[in-house]
Design a protein around this ligand. Structure first.
Ligand code: ATR
Length: 279
């Protein structure tokens, strides 16, 4: 157990809701492993209280926070500085208090990138299909473009939302993001919708699984259940599958590195997987 004493520094996740977040378990585990004197909790913050909450971070000298739904964009104007990558992704999931100056970073896209690279996927030159148009889609699509994907297609139940994201990415990067399926196969299909999330484990997003073959990857941002129906069906087609746990763990490790301003060894991923998630 971490010993909490007069020198313990505070970390937390702010969002709404936060009670189902795994961030406290992951970050407190890292503190314990590294012998760092930090404690990590949760703050449920209503949107109308966000500005006051940020002032509270400064006033209380909180060392850093992670930011989750629905504040990842809303928090940006209240910070003193936005890192280059957070500016590129237009999203902040990590705020570090450096001597009273609050700096916003984004580690979500990097977390997803690392979870796929770990499984042997190379984004360069790949045709990628995204299902969904929620808050995480734009940063991840921007990352696909940055990493040299050959094409990115976004489809969503509410088509206008996909078209809006595609237009923004097009404007920011010049890449031609599509909103219609025009290919016979994709190298990577990612479920970024909430369809299939516990307890609706018998549901899957409406995507034609013929778009996947044995050289394709199928990824899901969902990690509960461990294998969504989408991943199960994709695996039956021979595709390699990756669930959302890797992204969750990698974005947390990267955030912790920013909190302590030190690199963390690669073995931490496996330790978290084993000790926190019992995998
Ligand atoms: P976030 O909080 O991450 O922004 P969100 O905006 O609620 O999440 O996005 C969830 C995604 O799952 C959306 O793409 C949503 O589709 P819509 O934009 O049409 O709402 C998608 N989604 C949720 N339930 C769905 C369902 N039953 N069928 C298809 N798509 C669904």
């Amino acid at each position: 157990m971490i010993e909490i004493n007069g020198k313990t520094k505070q970390l937390a996740v702010i969002g709404n809701p936060v009670e189902h977040s795994f961030s406290p378990q992951i970050h407190n585990f890292i503190s314990e492993e590294l012998g760092k004197n930090y404690v990590y909790g949760t703050f449920c913050v209503e949107s109308e209280n966000l500005a006051a909450a940020v002032r509270g971070i400064r006033a209380l000298g909180i060392a850093g926070v992670n930011v989750t739904v629905p504040h990842k964009q809303a928090i940006m104007p209240y910070l003193d500085e936005i890192s280059e990558s957070a500016g590129y992704y237009n999203s902040v999931n990590t705020v570090v208090n450096r001597g009273g100056k609050l700096i916003g970073y984004s580690t979500d896209a990097e977390g997803f990138y690392m979870s796929l690279v770990r499984e042997g996927f190379d984004f360069h030159g790949k045709d990628i299909l995204v299902l969904g148009a929620g808050g995480v889609v734009q940063p991840l699509v921007m990352m696909f473009v940055k990493e040299g994907a050959a094409s990115v297609t976004i489809i969503n139940r509410t088509a206008e939302k996909a078209e809006r994201i595609a237009a923004t990415v097009r404007e920011k990067t010049g890449a031609d993001v599509e909103c219609k399926i025009t290919r016979a196969r994709y190298d990577l299909v990612v479920n970024m919708t909430s369809v299939g999330l516990y307890p609706n484990v018998d549901k899957m997003p409406s995507a034609d699984l013929d778009l996947l073959d044995e050289n394709s990857f199928a990824a899901d941002l969902i990690y509960n259940p461990e294998e969504t129906l989408f991943l199960k069906r994709a695996k039956e087609r021979g595709a390699k599958t990756v669930n959302g746990l890797g992204m969750l763990i990698f974005q947390a490790i990267r955030a912790y590195e920013l909190f302590i301003d030190e690199k963390i060894g690669n073995e931490m991923y496996d330790k978290i997987l084993k000790e926190v998630f019992k995998r």
